[in-house]
Design a protein around this ligand. Structure first.
Ligand SMILES: [Zn+2]
Length: 142
């Protein structure tokens, strides 16, 4: 491979490529167009690559890859939903368990308090009766 300078065949001036794909001489303005020879190997390759069949094949390839990617993403999202669902079930179950345990211990505490209260009331009544009987004894003696 070698780099070739593009030169005008009329005046040997430098050639510049314009937006229309043509080359123009900067000195005399002669225009040049790349002439594709149908027997040219590169021309054949370009023709092959840009043929409808090939473009259709490329498009099908891209579609297949896109749908594969889509299926993969859908699968990942599905598994994420399952994981989140399982975690939520575990969380709700442990939350319910904690709540039930808290209610049970609250019930135990309140029954213990009721027991203490009745014990205190019995003690209070017993002492009150003692005081009453002692006062009766004192007043009975005098
Ligand atoms: Zn020229």
């Amino acid at each position: 491979m070698e780099l070739k300078k593009l030169r005008c065949s009329n005046c040997d001036g430098p050639l510049k490529q314009a937006d229309d794909g043509k080359y123009y001489c900067e000195n005399c303005g002669t225009s040049y167009l790349m002439d594709m020879d149908p027997e040219d190997v590169i021309y054949e390759k370009i023709n092959d690559l840009t043929s409808n069949e090939n473009l259709t094949k490329v498009a099908e390839n891209i579609n297949a890859r896109a749908s594969k990617t889509f299926r993969y993403v859908a699968l990942v999202i599905f598994f994420l939903f399952i994981v989140v669902g399982v975690l939520m079930v575990f969380f709700i179950r442990s939350e319910l368990k904690h709540r039930i345990e808290a209610e049970q211990s609250a019930a135990i505490v309140s029954s213990q308090m009721a027991e203490r209260e009745s014990e205190f009331n019995e003690e209070y009544d017993r002492i009150s009766e003692q005081i009453e009987s002692q006062r009766d004894n004192l007043t009975g003696d005098s």
